[in-house]
Write a protein that binds this ligand. Structure first.
Ligand code: EPZ
Length: 463
């Protein structure tokens, strides 16, 4: 868990790591390459480790080199099972489906299962793969797919929530091997999908229209492994810009593609943030007061749903009422009850939350529920008066590379400690008199945890 001392402005420079949501589908696509792939800029994340294990179970060797590059080689191409025990740890493992089908003609991949941010079916993935000629059945929680040969066709991949990012990735990785021409309409335009397409083209694929909703693919016989560098993580960049806006101060964020952040930069400017863009560096100067604004999370180039929770935390401190709507994941509001423990004033209305901004948030003990909700709670804790505790920060480790280290380098005070009663800060404990009405008979109520001295507290610190 994190113990966070709030109210400290951020000042200095941080650099953004490589994009998790580009690295994962690109690592999966390396299954389809002949030879050894070298990927640079792949962040050191739990999700990357999990996918590496999935790929190893599929006969790949995956090694992190001394210089940080990731080397992937398809050694045994007979294996085609991505089992439940692995896939349930990270639903993006489903990205192996398309490359396996395209390259090996067979795949047995566990259905991803549930997720805290909402219902996340893969019906569009399967629709696209079937359209290319794959025989697909679902049995005992697994997708069984076979394709002796894939044949190009016209595919419409839009769903009731718009395009699908990993669905486009999966269908694209199969279509590059399909005989003839394939078109994918309502393809996702996210930068991470473009990055995957550029990686496939670097290996010899023939994909046109990347970044538009209409992709055109000419099938090829095989793909040859290459060296490739993934794009920076626009979601981490947005998270850092919002952190400085909420905590106050002035932060320079390096290794940013500003075009990937156009919608987020537009919102930050609307709420009064000073933003200067110098090449691949974005400088943010926090405003005295944050203006309220209504926002809607949409597929790219709209406001990313992966930044919705962080923007909700920001708007919880704005002057006036803001409405936040998520059209991609209408139930992605698990962060709201936890923000309310910190004093936020929010009401759910279907796919929207109505936020009555408050002047300050107050530190509290809160619980992370998913990757971006944990980021939102961390940002709120940085801005809050007093100390906060954030439990289940393992969610954060899935998608942010050393986020607390980066924030501490620019003035934050975040300590990662073992989640024990005695590591709860004194400021968050109820005093004796506050507990008095509850303790009917002090003899049988548990003794309050003794407070740790600084040196004892430091012993619990996780490096
Ligand atoms: C990707 O998930 C990202 N994950 C998510 O980031 C991101 O929130 C999401 O895209 C939306 O941008 C990775 O890239 C690994 P979708 P994905 O398929 O591909 C519905 C994070 O925090 N849908 O684009 O699973 C779906 O329910 C993660 O880094 C279908 O109905 O999302 C959703 O409402 C969280 N049928 C919408 O489409 C399908 O077959 C968009 O989902 C597929 C999706």
């Amino acid at each position: 868990m994190f113990v966070v001392r709030g109210g400290r402005p951020l000042r200095g420079r941080v650099s953004v790591s490589g994009a998790k949501n580009a690295a994962l589908p690109i690592m999966a696509a390396a299954l389809a390459a002949r030879g050894t792939t070298v990927l640079r800029g792949v962040p050191d994340l739990v999700d990357v480790t999990t996918l590496s294990q999935v790929l190893q179970s599929l006969g790949m060797t995956v090694e992190r080199q001394a210089d940080g590059a990731l080397e992937l080689t398809a050694a045994d191409e007979q294996r085609c099972l991505a089992d439940y025990e692995m896939v349930r740890r990270m639903r993006a493992s489903v990205c192996v489906l398309g490359p396996l089908l395209g390259r090996r003609g067979r795949a047995c991949v566990s259905l991803p299962g549930g997720c805290n941010i909402g219902h996340r079916p893969i019906d569009l993935h399967l629709k696209g793969l079937r359209a290319l000629g794959a025989e697909i059945t679902i049995d005992r929680g697994y997708v069984f797919a076979r394709a002796d040969k894939l044949v190009g066709t016209d595919i419409y991949l839009g769903g009731s929530f718009g395009s699908t990012v990993t669905g486009t990735c999966n269908v694209l990785c199969a279509a590059v091997f399909a005989k003839g021409t394939t078109t994918i309409s309502a393809a996702a335009c996210e930068p991470e999908v473009i990055d995957l397409g550029r990686y496939l083209n670097a290996m010899g694929a023939k994909i046109e229209g990347l970044g538009t909703p209409l992709l055109r693919i000419q099938g090829v016989e095989e793909l040859n492994a290459v060296e490739y560098t993934v794009i920076p993580d626009r979601i981490e960049a947005a998270t850092l810009l919002i952190a400085a806006t909420m905590a106050g101060g002035r932060l320079q964020v390096d290794n940013v593609e500003p075009m990937h952040l156009a919608a987020v930069i537009d919102v930050l400017r609307m709420v009064g943030v000073g933003i200067e863009i110098q090449g691949r560096t974005v400088c943010v100067t926090a405003p005295e007061r944050i203006r309220s604004v209504d926002i809607t999370a949409l597929p790219y180039p709209g406001i990313p749903t992966d930044v919705q929770a962080q923007l909700t935390a920001l708007l919880s401190m704005a002057d006036g009422i803001s409405v936040v709507t998520d059209k991609v994941f209408p139930d992605r509001f698990m962060h709201i009850p936890e923000l309310m423990r910190m004093g936020a004033n929010v009401r759910r209305e279907g796919a929207s939350s109505i936020i009555g901004g408050v002047k300050t948030l107050t530190g509290a003990c809160v619980m992370a529920s998913d990757l971006r909700a944990s980021a939102a709670l961390l940002l709120a804790a940085l801005a809050a008066d007093g100390e906060s505790v954030i439990r289940r920060v393992y969610h954060l480790d899935r998608g942010y590379e050393s986020l607390e280290k980066k924030l501490n380098q620019v003035g934050a005070d975040i300590v990662r400690v073992a989640d024990l009663p005695e590591t709860m800060p004194a400021s968050l404990q109820l005093s004796d008199e506050e507990q008095q009405p509850l303790a009917v008979d002090s003899s049988d109520s548990p003794p309050p945890p003794k407070f740790l001295s600084k040196s004892e507290f430091a012993r619990h610190r996780i490096k």
